[in-house]
Design a protein around this ligand. Structure first.
Ligand code: PHE
Length: 451
């Protein structure tokens, strides 16, 4: 398994692959509705702070572990701490991305459906456009079919070998995605009534700040940067030895944050212009953007259809690169540690995610009565992962690097043997964040959740 371990070709490739994993539905679908649900600007500020103080240290911790060990998340624990209980961290971080993949691909399926629906938006009535989403997700067959299609696409790419696929795929789709989101944002801002949305995004109301806002913002920061589930660790294990962990981490985080904010500006003004409540929940992007495309349609049906199609295509592409990284963590484990063939590993994970995903999909319809701790199946799994499993994984990664690994090894990995000046300069601060600030912050949030 060790012999021809691939590496990414360049720093650009590393950042694009990591950004491909990071930028996804978390930015376009989850961020705007979380911001809407938890009070707009106040949430965003906490989210940015959490990204810098809690998420970045985890990012560096995972990068150090991944590149040091040159293994997937389970193998890394076996290599750096053989025969210890740290292997359970390896297990946790193999399992959680597969759970995420299950419900993530349901939303991925929604974007598949909307891709085709793009041809209809221009001609629909306003009421039909905004009402479509609710009808669609509560139905049985179509969302499941779309979920299946999405998962098959993911499986297809992972089957064929991901790295080259991802590298090429993200290099092309990411820039397109940026251009499109800017176009949508500009259009959304030009709609009458959009000013309220901008206000919502930039004027914080700190009275809305509660422990659950902080938890949600932290969870969003981790989710958006793909942290605590071994994805960044696995990708870092494909980094060359002379690659710069600090630079690629900051680059990835910058793109991810920038993209989330752009998506907020693309969606929130439109939400207000469309008269939809900002706290409307997971469907907000799927209800709002078609509204915009419908409006565009009165001016030019062709333009509306074209932009809608491109937009949902790029959402789909962004979702795919993220989903691929989730599946790859499990596939790396099954092939490297269990000696399975890639094909078998992909099949097993796909089957698991398919079945769990179907339950998630049905939880918007026939299974909506099934509640776990007060949540539907979909929401339960999302909250379980984002608010608990990701932070837990992240916490343990920081403890591992901060307290289990030798500081000289961490220094060596972070500064490439002391050769990188800027990395040397910030190392003490980073180690402080990894050792104390991030763990304390995460534990504080856990405690506040429990009391
Ligand atoms: N970061 C991805 C997104 O924002 C989701 C993700 C989470 C990917 C965990 C991999 C691991 O959509």
């Amino acid at each position: 398994m060790e012999k021809n371990r691939e590496t990414f070709g360049s720093r650009f490739a590393v950042i694009m692959a990591m950004a491909g994993s990071a930028i996804g539905l978390g930015n376009i679908w989850r961020f705007p509705y979380m911001a809407g649900e938890y009070g707009g600007a106040a949430f965003i500020i906490v989210y940015i702070v959490a990204s810098l103080v809690l998420a970045m240290p985890i990012f560096f911790a995972e990068s150090v572990i991944g590149r040091r060990s040159g293994s997937g998340t389970f193998g890394a624990m076996e290599k750096l701490a053989p025969g210890t209980r740290w292997k359970w961290l390896g297990f946790l971080t193999v399992l959680s991305p597969i759970i995420i993949l299950s419900y993530y691909s349901v939303v991925g399926g929604w974007s598949v459906e909307y891709l085709f629906k793009s041809f209809d938006f221009a001609g629909m009535t306003e009421g039909d456009v905004t009402g479509f989403f609710g009808k669609f997700i509560s139905s049985v067959q179509m969302p499941i079919l779309a979920h299946t299609a999405f998962l098959l696409l993911v499986a297809g790419v992972v089957l064929g070998g991901v790295r080259k696929g991802i590298e090429q795929f993200t290099k092309i789709t990411m820039p397109i995605l940026f251009v499109l989101i800017v176009i949508i944002a500009v259009y959304g801002l030009s709609l009458p009534g959009s000013g309220k949305g901008v206000e919502y995004l930039v004027r914080p109301d700190f009275s809305k700040l509660t422990p659950s806002t902080v938890t949600a913002a932290m969870g969003q920061a981790f989710f958006s940067l793909s942290l605590g589930v071994g994805t960044i660790l696995t990708y870092a294990s494909y980094m060359k030895k002379d690659e710069n962990i600090l630079a690629s981490g900051l680059g990835t985080a910058f793109f991810d944050l920038f993209f989330a904010i752009l998506a907020g500006f693309a969606v929130m003004p439109a939400v207000f212009a469309a008269g939809i409540a900002p706290g409307a929940g997971p469907g907000i992007v799927f209800e709002t953007l078609p509204f915009i495309f419908n409006k565009m349609g009165t001016a030019s049906p062709l333009l509306s259809t074209g932009i809608s199609f491109l937009f949902f295509f790029t959402i789909l592409a962004a979702a795919l690169t993220s989903a691929i990284s989730m599946m790859e963590v499990g596939v790396a484990y099954l092939t490297e540690e269990k000696g399975m063939r890639r094909r078998t590993a992909v099949l097993l994970i796909t089957l698991f995610a398919w079945v769990v995903g179907i339950l998630c999909s049905l939880s918007f319809g026939p299974l909506s009565g099934v509640r776990i701790l007060g949540n539907g199946i979909f929401d339960f799994l999302d909250k379980l992962c984002s608010n608990w499993l990701l932070p837990l994984g992240g916490l343990l990664f920081t403890i591992f690097v901060g307290w289990k690994m030798k500081p000289s090894d961490v220094y060596d990995e972070f500064t490439n043997g002391g050769t990188l000046k800027a990395n040397r300069a910030v190392f003490k601060t980073v180690l402080l964040l990894i050792r104390f600030v991030a763990p304390a912050g995460i534990i504080a949030v856990f405690v506040s959740l429990l009391v």
